[in-house]
Write a protein of this length. Structure first.
Length: 201
């Protein structure tokens, strides 16, 4: 998780590795389907809040050796895990840092983040930084949750109290766990929106 003036409330270090791995197994198939139409050989990509690099490695393979992906995250432990897991992918540049403070020496064809703005204290600042790093005719892809819309089928007696606990914890820590429902209005003045839709796993 890239700490961009954020209120990140979950562990992103080695202690949180099992939770993050489970989250990746659950989310990655949908994220890959979402990203695939916008990825092509030779692109330059920036992933913000890249974590342990699961999606980074996959994107690296999609854009090929002629492409490049820069992955930035504030957690050194997560970056070290990502580097270890993708040491055969030579088109990845990992950065430990804050995107709003880091001086990039390039712009990008595609910029991607997942479940990042939910944690930010100033999402607009992040949006402006992303826009400044985007090539002409480049693509930005944001995935953000609307936690209140989540459910289980069949119904689980455990899910309702778990959801309430997470939402209460989010409120206490100024985390907007329903940022997904706000993202259209947040980005419409900064980008030409090609697609904006809600999907369920």
């Amino acid at each position: 998780m890239s700490n961009i003036n954020s209120n990140y409330i979950l562990e992103a270090n080695k202690k949180g590795a099992a939770r993050l791995e489970l989250l990746n197994k659950f989310l990655n198939p949908s994220s890959k389907r979402f990203l695939t139409p916008y990825l092509s050989n030779g692109q330059s990509v920036l992933e913000v809040g890249s974590g342990a690099g699961n999606m980074t490695k996959w994107i690296s393979n999609q854009i090929g050796d002629n492409g490049s992906i820069t992955a930035i995250d504030s957690s050194l432990e997560q970056i070290e895990i990502a580097e270890k897991n993708s040491h055969h992918n030579h088109n990845i540049n990992y950065i430990t840092g804050n995107i709003n403070q880091y001086n990039f020496n390039q712009t990008f064809d595609l910029i991607y983040s997942r479940f990042l703005q939910i944690h930010l204290t100033d999402p607009d600042k992040y949006i402006l930084k992303v826009r400044s790093l985007l090539n002409t005719n480049g693509v930005v892809i944001f995935e953000e949750p609307t936690v209140s819309d989540t459910l289980t089928h069949p119904v689980s007696d455990l899910w309702t109290p778990t959801l309430k606990m997470y939402k209460d914890l989010s409120i206490q820590n100024n985390v907007d766990c329903d940022f997904g429902e706000k993202i259209y209005n947040q980005v419409k003045n900064h980008f030409n929106i090609i697609e904006c839709f809600q999907y369920h796993n």
